[in-house]
Design a protein around this ligand. Sequence first.
Ligand SMILES: C[S@@+](CC[C@H](N)C(=O)[O-])C[C@H]1O[C@@H](n2cnc3c(N)ncnc32)[C@H](O)[C@@H]1O
Length: 235
Amino acid sequence: MAKKKLAHFSEMKRMHCVYEPDNETMVRGDHPIKGRWNVEHFAHPNPITLELGCGKGEYALAMGRRYPDRNFVGVDVKGARLWRGAKTVEEEGQDNVAFLRIKIEFVHHFFAADEVDEIWLTFSDPQPKDKKETKRLTGKHFLARYARFLKPDGLVHLKTDSAFLYRATLKTLAEGGHKICFNTADLYGEGLARLDADRRELLQVKTFYEQKFLAAKKAIHYLCFKLNVNTSENF
Ligand SMILES: C[S@@+](CC[C@H](N)C(=O)[O-])C[C@H]1O[C@@H](n2cnc3c(N)ncnc32)[C@H](O)[C@@H]1O
């Protein structure tokens, strides 16, 4: 492994804002931080938003700056990417943003029932093959995991450039009886006029991939939904 990468990895182990359990701890079961983010980690006990698949964490960071009265946890498996976001958190002294380096498959080991207010899925990998459905972050197995810690009225947001992921998610939501709160295939086209002031404000922040896709004039699909816990409990 390149020297620089190794240096970043060892630096990350000392960072207060990063949780990086080893593989055995990640899969074993509940982690000690579960249910205690607002007690042990964050300086202020505020509503918690997760960004799942946060990459370098630009979005969680920008949201943290914009909403100082909310707490944000960026989750991704790629350490080299997370390092960038974590380094900025340390440099800026942001106390409302943390990072968790895990496979999202195990996210329910790190958050307790009702601990999370909101989830963002930002430009998740579409996983287009049918056999990959279990790996899709909006597939029924993942929605069931989220239902274990998301508050009953909590919102899930999906932004994607993938027409496949957008359509596959709509199908999963219909089959599971989940409630769609906002749906547009073209967020910055026809969707814009339908956004209320709060949602318009919320959607001001663009992720790294989103900026790239917008520059390439690609349509951004956006879905906001609430989970039907009755169907989600079956998994
Ligand atoms: C296309 S990138 C999007 C990054 C960022 N959200 C953005 O919009 O700029 C997808 C990210 O999701 C992460 N990811 C995908 N599946 C994952 C999984 N099962 N567990 C953890 N991270 C995952 C990848 O490592 C990658 O950083």
